[in-house]
Design a protein around this ligand. Structure first.
Ligand code: B4P
Length: 191
């Protein structure tokens, strides 16, 4: 199996590119953001708990997120691997993911970051906010809070995966097609 973490700041295109990667390499795509939004729209207990965090652009507590991720992996085992989109986002999540995967004889093969500057990200997220009902995309202060969450809690994972020789960065600016080609080139060289 080949398991990928797709990594980057909010709006860097993780979800967009994960959709192409999953098709080409027959991977199961797990987006923690999408899982939370599905639970919120179905008004499940998990969704009710997560809603205020998403609305404010805060990270949902690890206690909730890690269990949800593990259940999703265990329920979907048939494909060539997993693409983890938006997970891990804290050191605790990254360590838990390594421990959990190792308990089922799997590991992360590569963490691939999409590198995009914050000005471009603000433009992308506000644009999406005009056409969807995502409240976290409609307010610049909430977007800045999401960057702050990334900078204080998530960016340390670059070092975590670098130490394991699993961290790769791809230029995330330009057309979606060009970025997809860069990602395919990188993954082909690693498989
Ligand atoms: P996510 O759903 O992961 O949202 P994201 O980081 O904003 O999006 P992504 O990077 O996937 O960007 P996308 O491709 O959509 O998280 C939302 C919230 O959920 C978090 O703030 C947090 O509260 C919670 N959460 C999720 N996971 C968690 C975890 N592990 N722990 C705790 N909390 C968690 O692209 C963005 C936009 O850019 C789109 O409109 C897209 O069309 C556009 N775009 C993409 N590529 C482009 C390109 N090349 N050029 C121009 N536009 C582009």
């Amino acid at each position: 199996m080949f398991n990928i973490v797709i990594f980057g700041k909010p709006g860097s295109g993780k979800g967009t590119q994960a959709n192409f990667l999953k098709e080409k390499y027959n991977l199961y795509h797990i987006s923690t953001g999408d899982l939370f939004r599905k639970n919120i729209s179905n008004q499940t207990k998990l969704g009710i708990e997560a809603k205020s965090y998403l609305d404010n652009g805060d990270l949902v507590p690890d206690s909730v997120t890690i269990k949800m991720l593990e259940n999703e992996v265990l329920s979907n085992k048939e494909l060539n691997g997993y693409i983890f989109d938006g997970f891990p986002r804290t050191l605790n999540q990254a360590e838990s993911l390594d421990d959990f995967l190792s308990s089922i004889n799997l590991k992360i093969n590569a963490t691939i970051a999409l590198d995009v500057n914050e000005d471009e990200l603000i433009t992308r997220l506000l644009d999406r906010g005009k056409t969807t009902n995502r409240s976290d995309d409609q307010d610049i202060e909430k977007i800045k809070n999401r960057f702050n969450e990334y900078n204080t809690k998530t960016s340390i994972l670059i070092n975590f995966y670098n130490k394991q020789d699993k961290f790769f960065s791809v230029d995330g600016k330009g057309s979606v097609e060009n970025i997809t080609s860069r990602l395919f080139g990188l993954v082909d060289s690693l498989i």
